[in-house]
Design a protein around this ligand. Sequence first.
Ligand SMILES: Nc1ncnc2c1ncn2[C@@H]1O[C@H](COP(=O)(O)OP(=O)(O)OP(=O)(O)O)[C@@H](O)[C@H]1O
Ligand SMILES: [Mg+2]
Length: 236
Amino acid sequence: MLLDIKDITVHYYKVPAVRNISIAVEEGEIVALIGSNGAGKTTTLRAISGLKHPTTGEIQFKGQRIDKLPPYKITALGIAMVPEGRRVFPQMTVLENLLIGAFLRKDKEKIQKDMEEMVFRHFPCLKEKKMQAAGTLSGGEQQMLAMGRALMSAPKLILMDEPSLGLSPIMCLEIGKIISAIHAEGKTVILVEQNARLALTLAQHAYVMETGDITLFGPAEELRNNGNVKKAYLGG
Ligand SMILES: Nc1ncnc2c1ncn2[C@@H]1O[C@H](COP(=O)(O)OP(=O)(O)OP(=O)(O)O)[C@@H](O)[C@H]1O
Ligand SMILES: [Mg+2]
């Protein structure tokens, strides 16, 4: 197992946002995490990436315990986050934003190679606009930049928080295709999505979260055909 979340609870002050949840991610799969607003999806990703330490339970990555490590150490181990709302640095150029993703890496040649072969091949528009301020990009392009920046840390596991949010239907499909392509090249992905249809199409396994609990999990195809999931998340 690549990532093993065992029975974690995460609090904001005294209030638990995530309660005793367990999630298992095998190497090479896409795992979808769906659920309505405030369910605890982002909190779960923040716990994995070290931005918010769980109060109880543990998280193992490649057999190593990571739930007490600071974010930069977790990045160095091979986990990258594509945050909710993109969070690109608007004043900086596309290129500078991408290089931030590689800030822990020393090998300049390999960084350059990854920029060409991982980022610019998947996102040719970023190459064209690499000297442009990130704030001038469209929403879809900023999402691509956030994904490219995550790829620049050469991660094994990528956490994506609502990549399709606010994008046009065509751009959602485009982002979906790119997630598939990145996955096909060997990246493991945890995909948080309000667009459950998209997430359950891309993923092999899926978890449904409701107010801090996991209420359902299984093969994505099974959840796609589950009556309750259809009613609550797939529009009937
Ligand atoms: N920084 C914070 N301080 C206090 N409470 C927080 C904080 N961030 C989130 N919460 C609370 O924790 C719960 C889970 O929030 P979280 O952002 O993880 O949900 P989510 O599933 O990502 O929702 P959304 O779909 O709206 O992004 C919510 O009740 C939220 O109000
Ligand atoms: Mg969220």
